[in-house]
Design a protein around this ligand. Structure first.
Ligand code: CTP
Length: 406
């Protein structure tokens, strides 16, 4: 599948550089075109002649060591993917800060197609706060990171820091180039709720709200298109590439979400859940009486979002929605603190052009530290993609944290 793909490999100064010879062979076997750029330090670990012979192409090292002037850092960017392996702590930090003091870095700075880095270093360096901050920065910018593996390190210690094997890097490149960035949520399980719950009064009447379920449906659709394994728990039937479970009342929704929670990576509560239900459901249709008034006693429903936020484990994400008709941000911040979820997506339901029943939305994403990010007015499809891209970064952060605490 990599036939005729143009692959640019960047090698930095680390002992794992020798393994990249195998990676080049794997790409060549797949009939890809391979070009190689090295940092000057990488030459301490692997020779130019070896790489030239394996790739069948000229190998690039220095910005200025040229016979005829060609801006190499620009011509090298004409590749389908740039793979930096091994990526040293030094190069990672320079990449994250836009430093271009060698040909590899200048090329990376000008590269606007997928980039994959395979870090390799000593465990303490990998755990270093600044390195982790820089990795996070690169990840947020859309770079693919193949986190190092655990094992025997060249420095003699056992720990996390080993570059991933050439076969794993090859597979990742294959995945990126064949699926593009279209399946970044592959392997992740998402549960999404949608619609307004109905609380029955008698066999023909119920209490509900104005939620159309369009936002939850758009999120389910985007999540499944991004490769996630989706379960949609909705108050209406839907067709799509997901498992659809119907829940009519808040209690039914609560039971399903609770049962499914342990197997999920992320739960998004987009449903408008009724806070109260009728205390005494009437088995028979309630008849009109002579009285001019009537009242129905209501009792509280479970707060699903609050409940699952307390139950979830540290690898899981729970996201809430917050529909407000006034003081949007202030109320949303109070809500995320009260519910204990990881994010809250706030939207203003007083506006006719967005929110309930409309095809467009404008939302604020609020995190646990009460930072806010506005997603400008757009279709619910586009807003849902932006929300999921934000969640994707949080899931990747969690994966890295798990690796660090191992
Ligand atoms: N929610 C829930 N269970 C409830 C009520 C709400 O899980 N019984 C979830 C919604 O799915 C949404 C979030 O909580 O993700 C916020 O819902 P919202 O109706 O805005 O807030 P409430 O907690 O109901 O507070 P209020 O109605 O007072 O604004």
């Amino acid at each position: 599948m990599l036939k005729d793909k143009n692959i640019l490999i960047g090698i930095t100064g680390g002992i794992a550089a020798y393994k990249v010879c195998n990676l080049i062979r794997l790409f060549k076997k797949a009939e890809a075109n391979v070009r190689v750029v090295l940092t000057p330090n990488a030459l301490n670990f692997v020779t130019k002649l070896t790489l030239q012979t394996l790739s069948g192409n000229e190998v690039y090292i220095d910005n200025f060591e040229i016979d005829e002037y060609k801006p190499e850092h620009i011509s090298l960017t004409e590749a389908d993917i740039f793979v930096i392996a091994p990526a040293s702590a030094n190069t990672i930090s320079k990449l994250a800060n836009g430093i271009c003091d060698n040909l590899l870095l200048s090329t990376a700075c000008a590269f606007n197609k997928p980039m994959l880095i395979a870090p390799a270093m000593n465990e303490n360096m990998w755990n270093n706060k600044f390195i982790q901050e820089n990795i996070e920065k690169l990840q947020r910018s859309g770079m693919f990171i193949l986190n190092p593996a655990e094992g025997f390190l060249a420095c003699g210690a056992n720990g996390t820091g080993r570059m991933r094997e050439p076969e794993e890097i090859y597979e990742k490149v294959n995945e990126i180039l064949t699926q593009g960035n279209r399946a970044p949520l592959k392997g992740k399980k998402f549960l999404i709720t949608a619609g307004g719950t109905r609380e029955k009064i008698d066999p023909v009447r119920y209490i509900t709200n104005a939620s159309s379920g369009k936002m939850g449906l758009a999120i389910a659709d985007s999540a499944s298109k991004m490769g996630a394994d989706v379960t949609l728990v909705s108050t209406f039937e839907s067709n799509g590439d997901w498992e659809n479970i119907i829940a009519e009342t808040a209690q039914e929704m609560s039971d399903i979400v609770d049962k499914k929670l342990p197997e999920m990576d992320c739960v998004i509560m987009a449903a408008a859940v009724s806070d109260y239900k009728v205390k005494n459901y009437s088995e028979q249709k309630i008849k009109k009486t002579d009285s001019d008034t009537m009242s129905i006693e209501l009792v509280k429903n479970p707060d699903i979002l609050k409940q699952i936020s307390a139950e979830k484990n540290s690898n899981q994400l729970v996201i809430g929605f917050c529909a407000e008709s006034e003081n949007l941000i202030e109320n949303a911040k109070k809500k995320i603190q009260a519910k204990g979820c990881d994010l809250i997506i706030a939207n203003d339901i007083s506006r006719k052009d967005i929110g309930f029943n409309s095809n467009e939305n404008e939302v604020y994403i609020i995190d646990k530290n009460l930072n806010e990010k506005k997603l400008d007015k757009d279709t619910k499809q586009n807003i849902s993609k932006d929300i999921l891209n934000y969640i994707l970064v949080l899931l990747q952060d969690k994966e890295r944290e798990t690796l660090l605490t191992k």
